[in-house]
Design a protein around this ligand. Structure first.
Ligand SMILES: *Cc1c(COP(=O)(O)O)cnc(C)c1O
Length: 425
C-alpha cells in the first residue's frame, strides 16, 4: 500500500467536493475584541471576527484574566495528572460546585471539553442502563452522536424537534424499557430551540431519562446564565444538563450536572473522564470567575440579544437571505459549498471580515451558509459595515438575495438610526 497516496487521495476528495477546510491564522487582541490580527504569507492585517463562539467576549473579561493570572502565579500551569492518579485540584472542586448550583443540581463533573463530556457521559450512562434505548434528535452534535454509537446501545433517531415522532418511538419501546432521550436546547447551526417542556412531559409519561446539551445557551440565557432550562424554569425536569466552558464562558472544558448518583457513576466508569489529565487549575479558576460574573450580571446577555437582533434586522432589510433563527445565531443561506467558501474568502480579503464558511457535514448539503455570531462588542457601526460587505460579496459572486429584487439601497445613516433606536430599547 502507498500510504502517502492514500492520504493525498482522501484530501483530494474534499477538494473535489469543494469542502476542503482552511483555517485563518488569527491572533485575538485583548481590549479590542472582536478585532484580531490575521497573518498570511505576505502580511499581517487587523480584521473583525464575526464567527466567534466567545459569544459574550468573556475570554477577554478583566475578571477572568485576573483569575487566571492569580491561579497561575499560585499553582503553575498544568494539573499534574489525571484525577484518578493525582487527586483533585481545589479550583476544580470549586468549579464543579459552581456548576451544580448554576443548574440547580446535586452535583457536577468537569471534562477537558464539551465534546468529551458528551461522548463520555452519553456512552457511559447508556452502557450502564440495561438494554437501554437511546432516542436521539436527528440534528444532534457530532459529540453526542459519538456518545450514542460508543455506548453500543440500540438507538432511534427522531425527526428534529418532532415530539409526535418522539412519542411514537417512546410508545413503541414501552414504559418498562430503559430509555435515554438526548437532545440540545439551542441548535447552533439554525439557531432554533427544542420544545424542552414537551420532551420532559413525554419523558415523564413514558419513564425515560433526559439528557440535554445546553452548550449554545449556558451563560447566555436565563437570569443566572443557566441556559434555556434556566430561562424556562425547567432545570429540575431534565435529568442531565450538559454544557461547555469554552463558548459563552470564554475558557475551556465541558461538564455535566445531575443527581449525585448519576454523576458519581460517570466519574467512576467513563474512560474519557478517568484516563485523561484534568483541566489545569488556571482554566478552572477562570471558568469559575466567568460563571460567577454571569450569574449576576445581565448586561452581557442584554447587549448580546440586542446586537443579534439588530444584525438580523439590518441584514434582512438589505434582502440578504437571513435564515429564521430564534436565538443569537444569524445564519445566512448560500446553498453551495464553493460559493460559500468564495464568499468567506472575499469577505476576509476585500473587507477584512472573518466568517468561516459552514459546509457539509456540519450542515446538510444544499444548506451551506455563513454563520454569523454577533456579540455585545459588535457595535452598530460594525453591523452596518458587515451589511455593506455582504451586499458587495453577494452581488459580485451572484449569490441569490432573499427576494428577486435588487437589494434595497439604503443610506447608511438611516440604518444606523434604526440600529441606535433598537439598541437603545
Ligand atoms: C461546540 C459544541 C460541543 C463541544 O463543546 P467543546 O467544549 O467545544 O468541546 C458540544 N455540543 C455542541 C452542540 C457544540 O456546538
Amino acid at each position: 500500500m502507498d500510504y502517502r497516496r492514500f492520504f493525498e487521495d482522501a484530501i483530494d476528495q474534499l477538494h473535489a467536493e469543494k469542502r476542503y477546510r482552511v483555517f485563518a491564522n488569527l491572533e485575538r487582541i485583548v481590549g479590542k475584541f472582536p478585532r484580531a490580527l490575521w497573518r498570511t504569507a505576505d502580511e499581517t492585517r487587523e480584521i473583525t471576527v464575526w464567527c466567534s463562539n466567545d459569544y459574550l467576549g468573556m475570554g477577554q473579561h478583566p475578571k477572568v484574566i485576573a483569575a487566571m493570572h492569580d491561579a497561575s502565579s499560585r499553582m503553575g500551569s498544568g494539573a499534574g495528572g489525571t484525577r484518578n492518579i493525582s487527586g483533585n485540584n481545589h479550583p476544580l472542586v470549586e468549579l464543579e460546585a459552581e456548576l451544580a448550583d448554576l443548574h440547580a443540581k446535586e452535583a457536577g463533573l468537569v471534562f477537558t471539553s464539551g465534546f468529551v463530556s458528551n461522548e463520555a457521559s452519553i456512552s457511559t450512562i447508556a452502557k450502564l442502563l440495561p438494554n437501554c434505548l437511546i432516542l436521539s434528535d436527528e440534528l444532534n452534535h457530532a459529540s453526542m452522536i459519538e456518545g450514542v454509537s460508543r455506548s453500543g446501545a440500540e438507538k432511534k433517531i427522531f425527526r428534529h424537534n418532532d415530539i409526535v415522532h418522539l412519542e411514537e418511538l417512546l410508545k413503541a419501546a414501552g414504559k418498562e424499557r430503559a430509555k435515554l432521550i438526548v437532545f440540545e436546547s439551542v441548535y447552533s447551526m439554525d439557531g432554533d430551540i427544542a420544545p424542552i417542556a414537551a420532551i420532559a412531559d413525554l419523558a415523564e409519561k413514558y419513564n425515560a431519562m433526559t439528557y440535554i446539551d445546553e452548550v449554545h445557551a449556558v451563560g447566555m440565557y436565563g437570569n443566572r446564565g443557566g441556559g434555556i432550562t434556566d430561562r424556562e424554569g425547567l432545570s429540575h425536569r431534565i435529568d442531565i444538563i450538559e454544557g461547555t466552558l469554552a463558548k459563552a464562558f470564554g475558557t475551556l472544558g465541558g461538564y455535566i450536572t445531575g443527581t449525585k448518583s448519576v454523576i458519581d457513576a460517570v466519574r467512576s466508569y467513563a474512560p474519557g473522564f478517568i484516563f485523561t489529565t484534568a483541566l489545569p487549575p488556571v482554566i478552572a479558576a477562570a471558568a469559575t470567575e466567568s460563571i460567577r460574573h454571569l450569574k449576576v450580571s445581565q448586561e452581557e446577555r442584554r447587549m448580546h440579544q440586542c446586537q443579534a437582533q439588530l444584525t438580523k434586522d439590518v441584514l434582512a432589510q438589505a434582502n440578504l437571505p437571513v435564515m429564521p433563527s430564534e436565538t443569537h445565531i444569524v445564519p445566512i443561506h448560500v446553498g453551495d459549498p464553493e460559493l460559500c467558501k468564495k464568499a468567506s474568502d472575499r469577505l476576509l480579503q476585500k473587507h477584512g471580515l472573518y466568517i468561516q464558511p459552514i459546509n457539509y457535514p456540519t450542515v446538510p448539503r444544499g444548506t451551506e451558509r455563513l454563520r454569523i455570531t454577533p456579540t455585545p462588542f459588535h457595535s452598530n457601526e460594525l453591523v452596518v459595515e458587515l451589511k455593506d460587505a455582504l451586499v458587495e460579496v453577494w452581488t459580485a459572486l451572484g449569490i441569490p438575495f432573499s427576494k428577486d429584487s435588487t437589494p434595497a439601497i439604503e443610506s447608511n445613516d438611516r440604518v444606523v438610526t434604526l440600529a441606535v433606536s433598537k439598541a437603545g430599547g
